[in-house]
Design a binder for this molecule. Structure first.
Ligand code: ZN
Length: 362
């Protein structure tokens, strides 16, 4: 898999736009359409890259992660019938509202991520990006945090079923709780989540001491970050924690949830990254020379999210150096802020290293 021959697959179809959250909801499906437009304009959907349409995930596949009871409720509410049982599973809340066609929309978006996984398994793709995926909060029997069907957990499951060692990396500003939980007792899927301090932000989990259990002990890694975390401090944590662990784990495939809500000016969170961090992370991931399945996720400043995902796709395709115009300007950090964040991150790094590294002989 060298730079010149990397086969990329961008997963999108206008059919995805038929399913919209209510207009007052922060999750906007227009992001995928706009990223697709930008990627097309940059010439990044042709040549060694191509565009593939998602296929709705079948119920039998969804049942690998979600319960039959939940899938039934999801289908029922999407026809307009809200029952008490559905509400007890998180459906019909402000975060996870009920809207027409939501089952089909969620199954199609999830199907996009699974198409990416299949193309990677068959060797038809080296890198794939589903900007309509990344619903990392959904639980087996629970809608949560704008997420109904956990496409990323399903993708990890399907890859692991084929005997792959899977590295799941989640840089969404919120803890990737649904995925971490799914593999908490397993060592064939390592989950690493970088996110804002759970004391400050939904879903309130993802502390340093959540490291997995039994067989999975040491294979769940959480890196909570203080408010105001900036590029340099973030990359320090990434390089010090994620890189050695990925190297030691030696995955066959990487699933990368690139929620863009850790960017500065995201209306729902409080970190201060620029998209340069995402480009750097992708360069590091590519250096492992393994297939990468990338998804979207959060990202509530639409313009910033679209630019970040377009830049990320260009780096994934090996064309990043030609797309400098998509980069954010570096952000100034005040001296006290710089020191306060650095100090907190330093102590988090030490805690994670002490708890997790010895398990991997580091
Ligand atoms: Zn998020």
């Amino acid at each position: 898999m060298d730079m010149g021959t990397r086969k990329g697959v961008f997963i999108y179809s206008p059919e995805l736009e038929e399913y919209q959250y209510p207009p007052e909801h922060p999750f906007n499906t227009i992001r995928a359409k706009k990223v697709r437009e930008t990627a097309a304009a940059m010439g990044l959907l042709s040549g060694s890259s191509s565009e593939v349409a998602p296929v709705p995930a079948e119920r039998i596949v969804l049942k690998k992660f979600h319960s039959a009871r939940y899938l039934h409720a999801l289908k029922t509410v999407s026809k307009g019938k809200l029952e008490a049982e559905a509400f007890s599973m998180g459906l019909g809340t402000p975060d996870c509202p009920v809207f027409e066609g939501m089952y089909d929309g969620a199954a199609l978006a999830a199907g996009g991520t699974l198409v990416g996984a299949k193309l990677i398994l068959s060797g038809s793709a080296d890198v794939a990006f589903n900007p309509s995926g990344g619903f990392h909060h959904a639980g087996p029997e629970r809608a949560s945090g704008f997420c109904y069907i956990n496409d990323v957990a399903l993708a990890c499951m399907i890859l692991a079923e084929e005997g792959k060692r899977v590295l799941y990396l989640d840089v969404d500003v919120h803890h990737g709780d649904g995925v971490a939980c799914a593999f908490y007792g397993r060592s064939d899927v390592m989950t690493i989540s970088f996110h804002e301090d759970p004391r400050m932000l939904f879903p309130g989990t993802g502390f340093e001491d959540e490291i997995g259990t039994g067989e999975g002990k040491g294979y769940c890694v959480n890196v909570p970050l203080p408010l105001g975390t900036y590029d340099e401090a973030y990359m320090k944590a990434f390089k010090t924690i994620a890189l050695p662990l990925i190297e030691a784990y030696n995955p066959d495939v990487i699933v990368f949830e690139l929620g863009a809500d850790a960017l500065a000016d995201d209306p729902l969170a409080h970190l201060r990254l620029t998209n340069n961090t995402y480009a750097d992370i992708i360069d590091h991931l590519l250096s492992f020379d393994r297939p990468i399945l990338m998804t979207g996720g959060g990202g509530y400043n639409i313009d910033n999210t679209v630019r970040a995902w377009a830049l990320a796709w260009s780096f994934l395709c090996g064309e990043g150096s030609r797309q400098e115009g998509l980069r954010d300007k570096t952000l100034a950090v005040s001296e006290p802020q710089r020191d306060a964040v650095a100090l907190r991150i330093e102590s988090t790094i030490e805690v994670v290293k002490a708890r997790v590294f010895p398990i991997h002989g580091l």
